[in-house]
Design a protein around this ligand. Structure first.
Ligand code: PMP
Length: 358
């Protein structure tokens, strides 16, 4: 039996994708072998890789002057790769701090470049995006970095600021959850294990004029120019994860693309936030304008009730609702593959729990 899985990542994948992968698992397209047993240089895998890239470009309407890379190392590797690739020695980078992942990105960048936190919502416990007018931007910064969706705190940019310097975004937990205008960004990166597929693959979308900048010492496996020139195969790529991400892209296209997905995500989020706002029992800590459509943190009136809430949820087939250890409470991650039925089941359970404990 499949459960309703609200994990923050690795997270729920579309059942249709898992079933297709299962059908193709031991014998892909009459090749007599699994995709994970193929050379990444074989024509059959090169075709899988190219189709995934083409569908990625279609879904996000990625202009031709952007390279799309399928890399290893997670978003964490990109915390180090971005500053090293984009800035010369002594270069400056501005970072907006909206939570745990921004904090980590800044700390890592500071190992290589002059990385400065130009705005932070830490003082209000990361419950908002700091007003853009207050960002102490440096006109000579090589780029500005934001995290579009803070997976732990549940804070999401609903609009991206217009900037004079190149805008770099960590979209790990909301990529492909809504349409975006790629041309507004210099670079987008995202770990796959929330909205795109299994862990082990990181998507990087980077404007081609930025491919060969940066420090000469960038490790070649992390060097955008090297990977772009080799179609992300300067070393062995995560072939099976790439294949699965390709299946998710096909599934997204079948769903009607990102506009249709965004509508569904909006309905899911409104259902859950609507229940929370309409109750005197549950509370959502994030300010309304910055609320994430992907990760919905909420608290019960008394932390003493948390264990009973989680045990009851578990028994009802609603899994992985415990909030991150750094913030406590609950968190429901409702990525693309989490259906409206799952969110409705969660809402029913929450109402029952409130009635019994409120
Ligand atoms: N950025 C964000 C927004 C994330 O949610 C995560 C992972 N949860 C990371 C970065 C780090 O990703 P990884 O563990 O793949 O390195």
């Amino acid at each position: 039996m499949r459960v309703h899985n609200f994990s923050a990542g690795p997270a729920s994948l579309p059942l249709a994708v898992l079933e297709r992968a299962q059908r193709e698992f031991t014998d892909y397209a009459g090749s007599g072998m699994s995709v994970m047993e193929m050379s990444h240089r074989s024509s059959i895998f090169v075709e899988i890789a190219a189709r995934a890239e083409a569908n990625c470009r279609t879904l996000l309407s990625i202009p031709d002057d952007y390279a799309v890379l399928f890399l290893q190392g997670g978003a964490t590797a990109q915390f180090a790769a971005v500053p090293q690739n984009l800035l010369p020695d002594g270069g400056k980078a501005d970072y907006v701090n909206t939570g745990s992942w921004s904090t980590k990105a800044i700390k890592e960048a500071a190992r290589y470049v002059d990385a400065r936190e130009v705005a932070s919502s830490k003082a209000s416990n990361f419950d908002r995006i700091p007003p853009v007018a207050d960002w102490a931007l440096r006109p000579d910064a090589g780029y500005l970095h934001v995290c579009s969706n803070e997976t732990i705190g549940g804070v999401q940019f609903q609009e991206f600021p217009a900037t004079d310097v190149p805008l770099v975004v960590d979209m790990s937990s909301d990529i492909m959850s809504r349409p975006i205008d790629v041309s507004r960004f210099a670079l987008i990166y995202a770990g796959a294990q929330k909205n795109l597929g299994p862990a082990g693959l990181t998507l990087v979308i980077v404007r081609r004029d930025l491919l060969d900048r940066g420090l000469g010492s960038v490790p070649s496996v992390l060097h955008y120019g090297t990977q772009a020139a080799a179609d992300s195969m300067s070393n062995t790529p995560p072939t099976y994860a790439w294949y699965l991400v390709g299946l998710v892209f096909e599934w997204l296209l079948e769903q009607g693309g990102l506009a249709a997905i965004a509508e569904r995500n909006e309905r899911k989020a409104q259902l859950l936030y609507g229940l929370i706002d309409g109750s005197n029992f549950y509370r959502a800590p994030v300010q309304v304008e910055a609320r994430s459509r992907m990760n919905v943190p909420f608290t019960l009136p008394d932390p003493e009730l948390d264990a009973a809430f989680l045990a009851g949820a578990d028994a009802a087939g609603l899994k992985n609702l415990k909030g991150h250890r750094s913030v406590g409470g609950m968190r429901a991650s409702i990525y693309n593959a989490v259906g409206e039925d799952a969110v409705a089941a969660l809402c029913d359970y929450m109402q029952d729990f409130e009635r019994d404990h409120g």
